[in-house]
Design a protein around this ligand. Structure first.
Ligand code: ADP
Ligand code: TRP
Length: 324
């Protein structure tokens, strides 16, 4: 059995890029019989940027709803809010901090990228990788599916596990990152990487009318309707190709190159394919919005299950340190 673990910050509602790049592949992994998956909402990590309770609560719910809507089996696996197990996560974070050389954190990209304006950097951002390592080691995860940007954090985590084991005795698994290099970076409506921070994302869980409004904003050139168009340089076609069948893609390609087919038509087709591809997920998302008590119950159950594992592993670490 392999333990797969990944965390998603509660920094906003997951979008099409997050879904195709991270969430759906992780849900697929969780469905393999030989895996047990731990998916948690890294709300403690989000505190480095999110500073009000209302946003924290709504982001946390949105992330949990998306995972469940995408088919994550919460009975067979684990889903939890990191903050509800904060005692364990931050305790281990302290133990690991005392084994972490200062330069290792000073050289982490997540800190270094922001260190030219140090007055904006809080200590939480500096120690972010230590909390992340504790999230992973606390459950002795074998594999951690993450985006390329998290690769260094996984190297730091492995380093910390090895240092702890060398110093105090065998305790933690050295986890491996699972980085799917083949997953393309999904473009946003302005052609840059789709990202919450650029405000160029497509929220596939919006009501149809609002979803269509976002799709209509996708940037296109000004080729008139009757003229042929190049599908390979068109964002609408690129997005359509991510979801449509081979036949549908070939048909749209023909429409583009033949002319007499406008970007408005293509955008309508994109809306249809999104509604079609995600109809079950959209239904489930709305279900949990209407049944937040059930969502809360699922999370609390997940937290009770995760607590048992966290408790067992932290006890082992305490004993080795001399705190038993
Ligand atoms: P954002 O840039 O919107 O803040 P995050 O950095 O929170 O997204 O990313 C969460 C996960 O989704 C990561 O594993 C990341 O690799 C994946 N992801 C984010 N944006 C994209 C994208 N445009 N295309 C593919 N995967 C993405
Ligand atoms: N740092 C990750 C991100 O920003 C989120 C995260 C926190 C995480 N703890 C984790 C990911 C543990 C994997 C494992 O995307």
């Amino acid at each position: 059995m392999s333990k797969i673990l990944t965390g998603i910050q509660a920094s906003g509602k997951p979008h099409l890029g997050n879904l195709l790049g991270a969430i759906l592949p992780a849900v697929e992994l969780s469905k393999k019989a030989e895996n047990t998956s731990f998916l948690f909402i890294a709300d403690l990590h989000s505190m480095t940027t999110v500073k009000d309770a209302e946003t924290m609560i709504s982001n946390t719910k949105a992330v949990a709803k998306v995972w469940l809507a995408c088919g994550f089996d919460h009975e067979a696996n684990y889903i939890y809010r990191q903050s509800r197990l904060a005692g364990f996560h931050t305790e281990l974070m302290w133990y690991l901090s005392c084994l972490t050389p200062f330069p290792m954190l000073a050289n982490a990209h997540s800190f270094k990228d922001k260190s030219d304006s140090l007055s904006d950097v809080n200590a939480g951002l500096f120690t972010y990788p230590v909390l992340m390592a504790s999230d992973i080691l606390l459950y002795n995860a074998d594999f951690v599916p993450v985006g390329k940007d998290q690769k260094q954090h996984l190297e730091i985590t492995r380093d910390m596990a090895a240092t702890f084991n060398r110093t105090y005795g065998e305790c933690f698994v050295e986890p491996k990152s699972l980085i799917n290099e083949s997953v393309m970076t999904i473009p946003g409506i302005d052609g840059r990487k789709m990202s919450k921070s650029y405000g160029n994302h497509i929220d596939i869980f919006l009501p149809e009318k609002e979803l269509y409004k976002t799709i209509k904003k996708i940037e296109t050139d000004s080729t008139p309707l009757e003229e042929p168009k190049n599908p390979d340089t068109c964002l609408v076609f690129t997005m359509y190709s991510l979801l449509a069948s081979d036949e549908q893609i070939a048909e749209m390609r023909n429409n583009y190159t033949n002319g007499g087919y406008g970007y408005g038509h293509a955008k309508k087709a994109l809306l249809e394919v999104i509604l079609d591809s995600f109809s079950e997920q959209r239904k489930q998302y709305d279900y949990f919005t209407a049944n937040e008590g059930e969502l809360e119950g699922i999370l609390q159950k997940g937290e009770a299950k995760a607590k048992l594992i966290a408790e067992e592993n932290i006890s082992k670490a305490r004993k080795l340190i001399g705190f038993a």
